[in-house]
Design a protein around this ligand. Structure first.
Ligand SMILES: [Zn+2]
Length: 504
């Protein structure tokens, strides 16, 4: 099916919207590799990528069982989580750290963890003053290569109508937005220790590793879910509930969205099922959902061909009341219903941008608080590539010119506003974050294309994707990968645009 006439992307980049994407991020896993075959995760992968499961067999394995209860004023989750964690670092670990993202001020929920065990022994965790860093002491050092099974009970409350930051975590207008609705493993970085950044004033909050997830959700039977991964079974539970079983291999988070009013429109692209979950009562609902599906299909098709294949069987697109234009999660992204209803250029722009995040953030991970440019600037550049594919070279140049014009307009606001694109999110104010990371950011890749040729830069992005998919990349990794691919010394150009960062 080819309906490109639907797309009117010229000038689409001239938006003013804030496209913040909130993170995704958590791994999930359930059993010791080898104890149980990883084959049960295969249905969530495209057949040609089933071999990726064994290649990452020692990734964390979450098994989560949650009961979701709804009242008019709040949603509550009663959860039990088990994580099989293999120490893949060169250091012995004396603790394992979980992040309780719902306790962030920017999320506005409340998560409480109780009864923590390590290999069956009860331990007493330490919670930091922000309530978001849970340190679980290990009974003995966990040697490199060794594994431990951690289990914990938790309770989570989300209040109806409470809006914090982008309402990325919320219960609004009958829509439950529940990313990170379980204790998420943090990232252990040799030399730095466990990641424990707690400020989140803008951008995405989550930094996490790829993991395996097996998730069971018991919920009121009239709730319709859209999640990371795929649903493999459902059956009736007690007292008007339905029990949903999901698997999600090799993802950084298990994101959950639900509403009683969602209906779903599905299509396919390169073997991946694309599911659009939307509210049929909204304006032009069926047509707008169709547009969302078609744009997502075209973006997946282009990015598969340009960067490397999306390896999963499903990708979910969900209409929500988020105050961001859109937010990315592994195997799922949301688009705010204001842009959705308008169905203008910004709607299409956000869909393409968020689709690109499946490659940049979800598959190739990065610390979204420390290096937000690594996924945001690439998602913006990818959107210009989409316009090039759709409308040709001149439109690509025009899209890049529009980024430049936005950046230039920002610089004209006052003296000395220019800064590198590679600062932590917390180092920018809201305005400079938008203009420097989202508008100047893609110009960095444009500058590389001007110097080395666009096709060479696209080849470098393919190499970078192949090397780091399912992994975490730091700026020095991108630098080294690009230097290898382009056969050039890029220290100076990285320093000029990205700024100073440790180069190993
Ligand atoms: Zn983004």
């Amino acid at each position: 099916m080819e309906r490109r006439g639907l797309l009117r992307l010229g000038g689409l980049i001239a938006l003013v919207g804030v496209l913040v994407l909130a993170g995704a991020g958590m791994p999930a896993a359930a059993q010791a590799p080898g104890d149980e075959p990883l084959a049960r995760f295969a249905p969530a992968m495209l057949p040609e990528f089933a071999g990726d499961l064994a290649a990452h067999a020692h990734a964390p394995h979450y098994t989560i069982d949650m009961a979701l209860a709804l009242t008019p004023t709040q949603a509550a989750i009663d959860g039990y989580q088990r994580v099989r964690y293999t120490n893949r670092a060169p250091d012995a670990l004396d603790e394992i750290v979980f992040r309780l993202y719902p306790n962030l001020e920017s999320y506005g929920g409340k998560m409480f963890v109780s009864h923590v065990t390590v290999d069956g022994r009860t331990v007493t965790p330490h919670l930091d003053p922000t309530g978001t860093v849970l340190r679980v002491p290990l009974p003995g050092p966990l040697a490199p290569g060794a594994a431990a099974t951690l289990a914990l009970d938790y309770e989570l409350t989300v209040w109806e109508g409470r809006v914090r930051l982008y309402a990325q975590f919320s219960y609004l207008d009958g829509v439950l937005a529940l990313p990170n609705a379980y204790p998420v493993l943090s990232v252990y970085e040799p030399g730095d220790g466990w990641w424990d950044v707690t400020d989140h004033a803008q951008g995405d909050a989550v930094y996490s590793e790829t993991a395996f997830y097996e998730v069971t959700i018991t919920a009121p039977e009239d709730l319709v879910f859209a999640t990371s991964g795929i649903e493999i079974a459902q059956h009736a539970g007690a007292a008007g509930t339905l029990v949903h079983e999901y698997i999600a291999p090799l993802v950084r988070d298990f994101a959950i969205f639900a509403s009683t009013h969602y209906v779903t429109l599905s299509g396919e692209q390169d073997g991946t099922t694309i599911r659009i979950s939307y509210d049929p009562a909204r304006v032009n609902a069926e047509f707008n959902a169709f547009v969302a599906l078609r744009v997502t299909q075209e973006a997946v098709k282009l990015f598969n061909a340009t960067f490397g294949a999306y390896p999963f069987a499903e990708l979910d697109v969900v209409q929500t009341p988020t105050r961001a234009g859109g937010v990315e999660y592994p195997g799922l992204f949301v688009v705010g219903d204001r842009l959705w209803d308008e169905n203008g250029d910004n709607f299409l722009f956000v869909i393409v941008h968020e689709t690109a995040h499946q490659w940049w953030y979800s598959l190739v991970g990065n610390d979204q608080t420390l290096d937000p440019w690594m996924d945001e600037a690439l998602a913006q550049f990818a959107t210009a590539l989409f316009i090039r594919d759709l409308e040709g070279e001149a439109s690509f140049e025009a899209a890049m010119e529009t980024y430049l014009a936005q950046y230039t307009r920002f610089l004209a606001l006052a003296a000395n506003l220019d800064r590198p694109i590679g600062l932590p999110a917390s180092a920018y104010d809201a305005t400079s974050y938008y203009y420097l990371v989202y508008q100047k950011g893609p110009l960095f890749f444009g500058a590389l294309a001007d110097a080395y040729g666009l096709e060479a830069v696209l080849a470098a992005l393919r190499d970078y994707f192949a090397a780091y998919r399912y992994r975490i990349a730091e700026p020095a990794d991108m630098l080294a990968s690009f230097e290898q691919s382009l056969g050039a010394d890029l220290d100076d150009v990285f320093a000029e645009w990205v700024g100073a960062f440790p180069v190993g």
